[in-house]
Design a protein around this ligand. Structure first.
Ligand SMILES: [Zn+2]
Length: 526
């Protein structure tokens, strides 16, 4: 047994102090074997009477519960760390010149991958084609992902090696974009991206990249994550955990495509230990806004289509049922209002059949008014990413405009009794949780725009945002032993350079983490 006394004048417990709960602020935590056992004067008294093996004074202006990113792609982000970053490019030409200089650093057989290009921010906002990519990468496979991960921009060589021609039909839930002559342009949307999987790819080993990403997340104040990526990522976390290298608490999702592997493996949601556990199964029901593949009830402004249903509704329902029957919780991606309606229909069906597993909608971005109360009625978690709102707001105005929808509707959902879990969807957005807290309370971008916030009636308080980024995210993977700094909870916390409750809300975004503690042990110090 080891006991540590942690002291700081401004420890935010995450408790509201209401209905006999603990005080919202305390000055000390007594931690025994990773778990908080006493607060405040009681903890200090135990320390004075020799009841602590060590006394630690935490730095900075405030201490708060460690944050949990409820939706993050760590394999994708880790691999991005070794690729070109096109997010800031403001034109096709600028993107191509970045690709050209990155290509010069690659070995002869290495693919051009990731990239995170965002044509919506280019001076001429049209999706690019293979011919432009061929100019800078004629003789290596190039398959560059859009910033939302829902579109690939491939070169001619990639299409040829994958056997994609004018005769290739669109796969279910995807589109091979074609030019006026019927030739593939190199743009592959949604499931059409998977057509490239047949092309052999020499990938760098994942684990060193994943470890670098792991350490970066701890330094940002994250102490738990729910990872959305695939089996290779899971294997790397299992190996890291076996070596004692895993300090983040990881709830590892199962991708819908890997469900049978996980079933055969005997996995169930919640299995594991306090560090690495099995998360929900992740399904897609539609695409994304930036790729015009979100599934809407009405067409996008200036476009004919209503987006893409990633899988036919009966298939989605059948796969959700099968997952629940095997003990898995469910996380289903839904961006558009039609996608959200259909996912909630599927959830209503399985609830009526008596299934009690955790049900989550990932993103829940654009909701019909009639669907808002269904989150509480069906006990469905809205797993949302505040930074999506501030990154998308111009695009949402441009391609959705004003419809009777609730968009990024945190206030409306909370008022309707829904449970929120916050995350980043990194690398789509920055994984910094203070960016999310800032976006949630201001609905403004880093530049302070728009004045007063975008649809400011949907702003929420810092306490509400922190709750969604801690307790809400933990509960969304069935954990009730962590999230508050009160007796009986794990001592996961961060010390930061400012008091987010007393600074100008605009400054929450720049909060710097000075020390991160997981289970009472310091895992990062600046
Ligand atoms: Zn995602």
């Amino acid at each position: 047994m080891s006991r540590t006394l942690l002291r700081h004048p401004n420890i935010r417990t995450g408790s509201t102090g209401s209905s006999g709960g603990h005080a919202p602020v305390t000055t000390a935590l007594l931690v025994e074997d990773g778990v908080v056992v006493a607060l405040g004067d009681e903890a200090l008294a135990a320390g004075r009477s020799g009841g602590a093996d060590a006394v630690v004074d935490l730095p900075g202006e405030a201490v708060l519960p460690g944050l949990h990113d409820a939706h993050i792609h760590t394999e994708w982000r880790s691999r991005d760390l070794s690729s070109v970053d096109l997010r800031e490019a403001r034109s096709l030409e600028e993107a191509l010149s970045l690709v050209a200089s990155h290509t010069a650093t690659l070995g002869p057989d290495e693919w051009l991958h990731s990239g995170r290009w965002n044509h919506n921010r280019w001076t001429v906002p049209v999706q690019p084609d293979r011919r432009s990519l061929d100019r800078v990468a004629p003789d290596r496979v190039a398959a560059l992902s859009s910033v939302d991960g829902h579109t690939v921009w491939a070169n001619s060589l990639a299409l040829r090696l994958a056997g994609i021609t004018r005769e290739t039909p669109d796969p279910v839930g995807g589109e091979i974009v074609r030019d006026a002559d019927g030739e593939p342009t190199g743009i592959l949307r949604e499931s059409a991206q998977d057509l490239l999987d047949v092309v052999p790819q020499a990938k760098a080993p994942l684990r060193p990249l994943l470890e670098r990403n792991h350490d970066e997340l701890l330094a940002l104040g994250l102490t738990s994550i729910t990872d959305i990526d695939g089996e290779e990522c899971r294997d790397a976390y299992v190996a890291m955990h076996a070596d004692g290298r895993l300090r983040l608490r990881v709830a590892k999702c199962v991708r819908g495509d890997d469900l049978e592997v996980a079933v055969a493996d005997g996995r169930r949601s919640g299995q594991g230990d306090g560090v690495l556990s099995v998360g929900p199964v992740k399904f897609f029901s539609d695409g994304a806004l930036g790729s015009h593949t979100a599934h809407m009830t009405e067409p996008f402004l200036g476009h004919e289509g209503c987006g893409i249903a990633a899988m036919p509704y009966p298939v989605l329902l059948q796969r959700i049922r099968r997952s629940l029957a095997h003990g898995f919780d469910i996380a289903t991606h839904a961006i558009g209002d039609e996608a959200n309606r259909l996912v909630l229909d599927a959830f209503a069906t399985v609830r009526a059949e008596g299934h009690t597993g955790i049900l989550r909608v990932e993103h829940a971005q654009h909701l019909l008014a009639a669907d808002v109360p269904r989150f509480r009625e069906l006990d469905v978690v809205a797993s949302m990413q505040p930074s999506h709102c501030t990154a998308d707001l111009e695009l949402a105005d441009e391609i959705i405009g004003y419809r009777p929808l609730h968009s990024y509707a945190w206030r409306t959902l909370l008022d309707a009794g829904a449970r929120l879990a916050f995350g980043s969807d990194a690398p789509v957005e920055d994984p910094n949780p203070f960016h999310a807290l800032h976006a949630a309370v201001t609905r403004q971008r880093a530049d302070g725009l728009p004045p007063g916030g975008w649809r400011p009636h949907e702003r929420i308080t810092l306490d509400e945002a922190l709750h969604a980024h801690t307790v809400g995210a933990h509960e969304a993977v069935g954990r009730h032993d962590v999230g508050r700094l009160v007796p009986g909870q794990l001592a996961d916390l961060v010390a930061v350079d400012r008091d987010p409750w007393s600074v100008d809300p605009a400054d929450i975004r720049d909060t710097v983490v000075l020390q991160t503690v997981v289970g009472g042990e310091t895992v990062f110090t600046r």
